[in-house]
Design a protein around this ligand. Structure first.
Ligand code: AMP
Length: 234
């Protein structure tokens, strides 16, 4: 059945009648950001990362940024009340008219419910990919992760290093380690993931909208698996 939704959504997008909304679920470090960049390149849909939106506010020292930083630095989720408007404002922009790729949203049941009711109003059936990975692998990945200060593109120092050390292949920006990619904060983020975000798997399974992908293999293989699941016939 899930394939039916996916197929319908993609066919509709091809016919330009209905937007394609792709949601990437998975713990921190599962590769949502990396895959979202590749999917953006393939499908030309905007990549919307709530983490990037928040980091941009922090950089600009806005009121929202100041509030969000307190939670992010502790590995906690930013309250739903702060994140919902941010996300819904973003997806209301013109470039999202044909659809978008969500990376890092929803992360709680109330977020998922409000997104779902918004999509229902527009008769949009999202494609949802759950990236599966063990906690041990997450810890190894995130302690080796650097990302571009400017465009957010992530790199793994061993598995997918930049061509020039410290410099982003895409935009030439500087690569930095995120302040929340320390061992202590990663452990906290994983705990928060299991408590608050993992229940979304059951939520979306009950809506028969979910595809599970093992994301411990090479990046390109995970990408191919995502694309073939998206194209699966009913
Ligand atoms: P990410 O870049 O997706 O790993 O997000 C970094 C941090 O931003 C998270 O650890 C949260 O503190 C916060 N954040 C990002 N997206 C959300 C969300 N949908 N709900 C609550 N907090 C979020």
């Amino acid at each position: 059945m899930a394939g039916a939704f996916v197929s319908t959504s993609l066919q509709a997008a091809e016919e330009k009648t209905q937007p394609t909304v792709l949601i990437l679920l998975g713990p921190p470090g599962s590769g949502k950001g990396t895959q979202a960049v590749m999917l953006h390149d393939k499908f030309q849909l905007p990549h919307i990362s709530t983490g990037d939106l928040l980091r941009d506010h922090i950089k600009r020292n806005t009121d929202l940024g100041k509030k969000a930083k307190v939670f992010i630095d502790k590995g906690q989720l930013v309250p739903d009340s702060l994140i919902m408007d941010l996300l819904f404002d973003r997806v209301s922009q013109k470039d999202c008219a044909k659809g978008y790729i969500l990376d890092g949203f929803p992360r709680t049941i109330p977020q998922a419910e409000s997104l779902q009711s918004r999509l229902n109003e527009k008769h949009i059936k999202p494609v949802i990919i759950n990236l599966e990975i063990k906690d041990k692998e997450v810890l190894e990945r995130l302690t080796q992760r650097v990302s571009c200060e400017q465009c957010g593109t992530p790199y793994h120092l061993k598995n997918s290093p930049p061509k020039i050390q410290g410099i982003c292949d895409k935009c030439g920006g500087h690569l930095v380690q995120r302040s929340d990619d320390t061992k202590e904060v990663i452990a906290k983020r994983l705990k928060v993931y299991h408590e608050q975000t993992e229940p979304l798997i059951a939520f979306y399974e009950s809506h028969k909208l979910l595809h599970h992908i093992n994301c411990e293999g090479p990046i390109e293989k995970v990408f191919q698996d995502i694309v073939s699941n998206m194209n699966k016939k009913a």
